[in-house]
Design a protein around this ligand. Sequence first.
Ligand code: PMP
Ligand code: GLU
Length: 415
Amino acid sequence: MVALSPNAHLGNSLPGTLLAHRLNGVKPSPSMAAKTRVDALRAAGRRIVDFTIGEPDFPTPRHIVEGGVTALLAGQTRYTASNGTPALRQAITDKLRRENSLAYEPGHIAVGNGAKHVIYNAFAATLNEGDEVIVPAPYWVSYPDMVALHGGTPVVVPCSVAEGFKLTPRALEAAIGERTRWLVLNTPNNPTGAVYTRDELAALGAVLEHHPRVWLMTDEIYEHFVYGGATHVSPLNVMPGLADRTLVINGVSKAYAMTGWRIGYGAGPAPLIKAITMLLSQSTSCPGAMSQAAAAIALDGPQHTVAEAAALFETRRDRMVQMLRTLRGFDCAPPDGAFYVFPGVAGLIGRHTPAGQRLCSDVDVALYLLERSGVATIDGTSYGMPGHLRMSFATGVDVIEQGGELLRAAVAELS
Ligand code: PMP
Ligand code: GLU
């Protein structure tokens, strides 16, 4: 008899014996799945207002695109070093020094196909069966699954609305155990927009000082998108003593609207970078040469487009929050950073749809809003915090307003 895979989403055409046990407990990325769902509904002719995927809705700045084209025409069409071209790694160290006051040499940098790929390989390089990784919730959807995929155990620490969705030193201390390998700190945070202050980071650093075996991963991919006077602080700036056990994660996807170019990087101690590079050499060989050339131009070139994007996102944030605050059942605090709102929707849970169905969870709410109004959001459960929705405001104000009208009508129909 052939056992069927427990991963129902993989379909039932593959015999379960073919699939690795590692896949148990791993699911497809909910944000990528949401994008796929929106694409499919649109292809089927439905009009969808999309607040799901987190990527800038405008094109990569022209000088960067031209740089990529020039690189192609100049013959940069071959394999590069597995950890990235010398030019890109130099551009990254210059950027880290200039913008983050962090001193790294090119040998401390590994370039991957997106920040996601570097995070994936960092876990692959460091986790043994049963090692624990502390993931404060709400979290970006991919951290726990990437940990689980490499035999690790995600230790999810809930961070409440009252704490601004931020990890407290007390909660961190309580979560650290014998098997803790990493703490993942994402500031500004996806999905809440929470931005850690200098003092908050210093307090977390003080806890980590007492646990020399625990490594710190700082995901700073939204660093440039901070609003209302909030500032991004690179955690290592306030905990420099942790430099020999910290991996800084960043990339060009968000800051330069380059999600499709797939370039991200990690900066950290040379032995870790070497191990990650080995995995890169055995998997992708190297990131695309032309994308690396364009990324170097993005980092070395004029930076005004980044500030312009941040100003645009702040306008959209304000409009999105204003809109949600007029909707019954939505509870929305303005996020300090990134390009997501994470409103509470407890006020909608327990209510009934026109078809008489009771909305039992945020998953039901997201499904109802998509079905009834064509407005696509992502359930908070996917981010480790039920009772919320994640909505991206990396989209036009006109779309936000149109979505608001549709949501208002759908909410009004609930009894
Ligand atoms: N970290 C966070 C918190 C993110 O939201 C994303 C977005 N996908 C990434 C990392 C990865 O970005 P990329 O792979 O496009 O560099
Ligand atoms: N980070 C983006 C998001 O959260 C892109 C999709 C993904 O990689 O998760 O929507």
